[in-house]
Design a binder for this molecule. Structure first.
Ligand code: SDX
Length: 430
């Protein structure tokens, strides 16, 4: 097997030798660092469809075979046997925790769940109809105005405290955004409760009544959060890495990830899937919408379908689809209607050459909203749920990048297609 690639250009006499870069798993790469000095050319790859931006030990995706590993552990095993905090420890530290390590980690997360009272006042400044993702982007970015004593990005202990604070506080922030959007009092965390039970109570409890967390609901969130925790160099994680590469405040860097995740092509798709299913209405309309999705003159896409990396089933979608049965059998019948409609849509699409030829399969967002909706979580809170889970991955990748002494500021180049040099013309002569 070759360890070198040769690049011969239209006007270069000698080919340029480029080294092969290979990891422990996955597709190798051509090392193009210094290509412009060696061969006088750049590489050109809009949307980075074939570009590796870094080396990472955290997550591996085999898109052709629908496999997802967190630090080597298959996601379906973790979803079945672990907890979200256990997976958080794994992603941040690289190994599954011992019982003592787990107890210490849980203790740290539990005692960072509260928000500074002056930060809580920021929620009052949002209009009642602000989207919770808009509030989360602003509040997480505002965390950069706090914690000056422990935000030295070059101090490993400060980096760890940052990650623990973010993992602990992001549910409190999401729940507070939800409470603000429904005009109810913001609930403080209750440190007697587990991670997802605390979130459910902060979202659905009111001071006037006692609230009993449903164990089926908190377990469902545990599974969904584990499945959404990381996904290598996706758009929002790459955004956090790029912002962090400048040496920016890590809370500010994380807020860029929330902003990027909000897009309907990314984490915003779960909300868009539920809106799409409600628009389709019933199975008699499925074929019409599948045809719309195939029509190049129609901007409509089947939300929750397709993926830049998976050209097979997204393994997370398979776990979630199976989990729907457990949750829907415990909750409402409305979810059954949506689930049956989603299954019919999946069936019709996967029998259609357009989707088969393009290898468009259901992704993580296709079924997740059906579970969230069954738990009573409104559609505009689906992406905040994704953000809670992905905060772990964003922190893990930021820490991995900041731990690497070779990290440099990310600064892509371009192909310039504008005017060549021209002289200024006085306004009277234009
Ligand atoms: C997430 O990167 C990650 O890892 C993301 C994520 C994570 O965990 O971080 O997995 C989470 O973001 C999942 C994706 C959620 N987004 C959606 O479900 C939105 C709907 N999907 C599409 O917008 C699209 O499939 C993307 C954005 C997911 C992927 O886009 P690509 O890789 O740029 O693919 P493409 O748009 O070039 O599509 C290739 C072809 C095109 O047709 P042709 O030009 O070849 O004729 O497939 C078509 C597209 O028009 N196509 C679709 C489609 N998705 C792709 N046609 C109809 N419906 C769709 N959903």
């Amino acid at each position: 097997m070759t360890n070198q690639y040769s690049l011969s250009g239209p006007d270069s006499n000698e080919p340029t030798e480029l080294a092969r870069v290979e990891g422990t798993l996955g597709t190798p790469a051509v090392d193009v660092r210094g290509l412009n000095q060696k061969a006088g050319v750049f590489t050109y790859d809009p949307a980075f469809t074939a570009t590796c931006s870094c080396e990472s030990d955290i997550t591996f995706i085999d898109g052709a075979n629908g496999q997802l590993l967190y630090r080597g552990y298959p996601i379906d095993q973790l979803a079945e046997k672990a907890s979200h905090l256990e997976v958080s420890y794994l992603l941040i530290n690289g190994e599954l925790p011992s019982q003592d390590q787990m107890d210490t980690f849980r203790e740290s997360i539990t005692h960072h769940t509260m928000l500074n009272t002056s930060l809580m006042k920021f929620f009052d400044s949002f209009h009642y109809d602000a989207h919770p993702m808009a509030m989360m982007t602003g509040i997480v970015g505002s965390l950069a105005a706090f914690y000056h004593d422990t935000t030295n990005i070059h101090d490993p202990e400060h980096r760890e405290i940052f990650a623990h604070r973010m993992i602990a506080k992001i549910p409190t922030i999401a729940a507070a955004a939800y409470k603000h959007s429904v005009g109810q009092p913001i609930m403080s965390p209750n440190n007697e409760l587990g991670y997802t039970a605390n979130l459910l109570r902060m979202m659905f409890a009111v001071p006037a009544e006692t609230y009993e967390v449903d164990s089926i609901a908190s377990k469902a969130l545990e599974v969904l959060f584990m499945l959404h925790a990381d996904h290598e160099q996706n758009a929002s994680t790459s955004t956090v890495r790029m912002a962090g590469s400048t040496g920016a405040n890590p809370y500010a860097a994380l807020s860029t990830g929330i902003a990027a995740l909000w897009g309907p092509a990314h984490g915003g798709a779960n909300e868009a899937v539920l809106n799409m299913l409600n628009e389709i209405g019933d199975s008699s309309q499925v074929s019409k919408y599948v045809e719309k999705a195939k029509d190049k003159n129609d901007p409509f896409k089947l939300m929750g379908f397709g993926h830049r990396v998976y050209k097979n089933f997204d393994p997370r979608a398979l776990v979630i689809r199976e989990y729907c049965h457990q949750v829907l059998d415990h909750y409402n019948t409305h979810g059954h209607r949506l689930f049956d409609l989603a299954r019919e849509l999946e069936k019709v699409a996967l029998e259609d050459d357009y989707f088969v030829e393009r290898k468009l399969y259901p992704n993580v967002d296709f079924y997740s909203g059906i579970i969230y909706e069954a738990l009573g979580i409104p559609a505009n809170m689906f992406t905040p749920m994704f953000a809670i889970a992905r905060t772990v991955g964003w922190c893990a990748h930021w820490m991995e990048m900041m731990n690497d002494p070779g990290t440099r500021i990310a600064r892509p180049r371009q192909i310039y297609t504008g005017y060549t040099k021209r002289d200024y013309v006085d306004i009277g002569h234009r």
